[in-house]
Design a protein around this ligand. Structure first.
Ligand code: NAD
Ligand code: WQD
Length: 339
């Protein structure tokens, strides 16, 4: 089976994808600099998979560190998760974001080209669509100037990879635009472990649930939506991981640019999320309304039919599954991988 280099494979989505790659018979190799991950995740992956997954500590911005992996292994394809992802932080640290994300991706693509590896799968984001003109979002929806440096790096990397494919037509470039990944592996062994105060909704909710934080602030209840709170397309991280396996199965060695939305196609409001989570918890999650957060779009959800028709992939986990698995992970690991 094919050997797949997984940059950022120790991170949240990367670790879940490594598990599903092993299950599907691929041979993943993890490459990560641990800037936002803990080494403990490697043991957890081993516990789930029943075998150790090869691992290199390195930074995608350092050519020689990546080149060593390609020199020592025949890499058939790369799934590229490595990067910085905090929208708010990127506003204050734009240069760090362009360096890590855009420059890091450039170095990675250069190493791939030099070593004749032609399969590239990239973690893009629904953020490239900006504030949508129409919903649901299809892959044809316009790309809008991003409202954060983070979002702009995703747009820049998408263009860079497409331009490389144009120059080298035998490349297969897959751009996967994720909606809002949440939840955790059902074993409760791996999950999302943000450092500091969580920026994203689900980890904030789970930390309130285990008593690490007092109360969830819902940012805005005066949006033009049925209950006044923002709407998103939350997708279980295991479904997302399986989307990568489906993309590999379908696009490996298939020259061209392949773009897919990975979402459920269903939008839920923040209040829906609180209700669903409270059901799993068995009592109401402490929450209050707070002012709007700058930069939030009102509503965003996918038309995921292209991935269904071409990859044979659909998200199957329900909102209850997402809440149950996220809570299970946080309950088992109240302080994340520090335990
Ligand atoms: P994460 O921070 O958990 O994982 C990223 C991993 O990359 C971390 O393990 C980190 O240590 C590593 N890394 C960062 N910079 C690196 C570098 N220069 N060299 C080597 N390793 C490096 O994030 P995640 O949620 O798993 O996201 C993975 C990818 O998916 C990111 O590119 C992110 O932008 C993208 N994405 C995430 C979401 C989301 O909501 N989580 C949504 C859309 C897209
Ligand atoms: C979801 C909803 C908040 C926290 C971000 C990135 C996006 C993508 C996914 C990477 C919003 C509300 C949140 C809280 C709240 N990442 N909220 N209280 O902003 O949709 O997307 O992650 O590519 O690019 O922007 O996700 O989880 O932060 O917010 O009320 O404490 O929850 O206002 O409506 P978002 P999120």
């Amino acid at each position: 089976m094919a050997t797949i280099l997984v940059t950022g494979g120790a991170g949240y989505i990367g670790s879940h994808t490594v598990v599903e790659l092993v299950k599907a018979g691929y041979d993943p190799i993890i490459f990560d600099n641990f800037s936002n991950a803990k080494p403990a995740v490697l043991d957890r992956i081993k516990q789930i998979c029943g075998r150790r997954v090869p691992f290199y500590a390195g930074d995608i911005r350092v050519y020689d560190q990546l080149a060593q992996v390609f020199a020592q292994n025949k890499i058939d394809g790369v799934i590229h998760f490595a990067g910085l992802k905090a929208v708010g932080e990127s506003v204050n640290k734009p240069l760090e974001y362009y360096d890590n994300n855009v420059n890091g991706s450039r170095v990675l693509l250069q190493v791939m080209r030099d070593y004749g590896c032609k399969n590239f799968i990239f973690s893009s984001s629904s953020t490239v669509y900006g504030e949508p003109d129409a919903l649901p979002l299809t892959e044809q929806s316009p790309i809008k100037r991003a409202n954060s440096p983070y979002g702009q790096t995703k747009i820049d990397i998408e263009y860079m990879a497409q331009e490389l494919q144009h120059a080298h037509p035998d490349f297969s470039v897959v751009l996967l635009r994720y909606f809002n990944p949440v939840g955790a592996h059902e074993s409760g062994l791996i999950g999302e472990d943000p450092q500091g105060i969580p920026n994203n909704l689900m980890p904030y909710i789970t930390q309130v649930a285990v008593g690490r934080r007092e109360c969830l602030s819902i940012f805005g209840n005066d949006y033009p939506t049925p209950d006044g709170t923002c709407i998103r397309d939350y997708i279980h991280v295991v479904d997302l991981a399986l989307g990568h396996v489906a993309a590999l199965n379908h696009c490996l060695d298939k020259a061209g640019v392949h773009i897919y939305n990975l979402g459920t196609g269903v939008g839920y409001s923040v209040s829906d999320m609180v209700k669903a989570f409270s059901k799993v918890l068995g009592h109401e999650l402490p929450h209050k309304f707070a002012p709007r957060r700058a930069g939030d779009v009102v509503a965003c959800y996918a038309d995921a039919s292209k991935a269904k028709n071409e990859l044979g992939w659909v998200a199957t986990h329900t909102l209850d599954d997402m809440c149950r698995d996220a809570y299970n992970w946080q309950k088992n690991n109240p302080n994340g991988y520090d335990d």
